[in-house]
Design a protein around this ligand. Structure first.
Ligand code: SF4
Length: 232
């Protein structure tokens, strides 16, 4: 099948990708009664690592620290020890500390539940002030709390979307964001993002994408071009 071209065709393709990827990947959720902050941290920790490792790290931090404020005031070494045991980059200990510190400074609390009650504009301004939070994670947080429907344009989503032909390699961030807005239903924002992240980590990797076992291969522009180049 050739890659999707127009908006209608891309919209249909997105629905098909969701059906296919949902059968293949599990979208994780934080263990137990997950708060907004638990879910954000799980999302950040699982961005490069397997979801099961990230869930284990969140569980261990909950068990070993009193709460997220205790994580904030703990040493990098204490946090990194847990991340290391869960085979997650210890660099994330710095990012986690920074985000929790920012939350304390700007929100005066180590929680994000208040975003659920905020006006969308106020929530957006608050999230934009949190240093250490990548732009795509801020977009994720707004979608998670019902304050936005923009698909987070993280590196996995960009790479997989571009390879599938949803947007051009040289398109601007604005064009990509607008395209995703047009072709992904607002109800599917987080589902689409999470599934593309999982697909990007496990199959459509930066180096050596596993096209031979990819369930989206028949729709993929990158794969089609690669086959054509090999046959010439
Ligand atoms: S066929 Fe290859 S390039 Fe295309 S989505 Fe699958 S893994 Fe990525």
């Amino acid at each position: 099948m050739p890659p999707p071209v127009g908006i209608k065709e891309k919209t249909r393709s997105v629905k098909r990708y969701l059906r296919i990827l949902e059968k293949k990947h599990r979208i994780g959720s934080a263990p137990g009664q997950a708060t907004v902050l638990d879910q954000l941290i799980l999302h950040l920790l699982s961005f490069e690592a397997p979801m099961t490792n990230a869930a284990k790290a969140v569980r261990m931090m909950r068990e070993e620290f009193v709460d997220w404020n205790d994580v904030r005031v703990s040493s990098i070494r204490e946090i990194a020890t847990i991340l290391e045991e869960c085979r997650i980059s210890i660099e994330l200990a710095y990012q986690l500390k920074e985000i929790l510190g920012q939350l304390f400074i700007h929100g005066h609390t180590i929680s994000l539940e208040f975003l659920l009650e905020m006006e969308a504009d106020t929530a957006r301004k608050f999230v934009n002030r949190l240093r250490g939070l990548p732009g795509w994670a801020g977009t994720y947080l707004l979608a998670l709390t019902g304050k936005g429907t923009v698909v987070p344009l993280d590196p996995h989503t960009f790479r997989v979307g571009q390879r599938l032909g949803l947007f051009g390699r040289k398109s601007t961030v604005q064009t990509r964001t607008q395209t995703l807005k047009s072709i992904v239903s607002s109800d599917d924002t987080l589902r689409f993002h999470s599934l593309l992240v999982e697909h990007g980590k496990k199959t459509c990797r930066v180096e050596n994408p596993r096209c031979d076992v990819c369930s989206l291969a028949r729709d993929c522009e990158y794969r089609r071009k690669l086959k054509k180049a090999r046959s010439n």
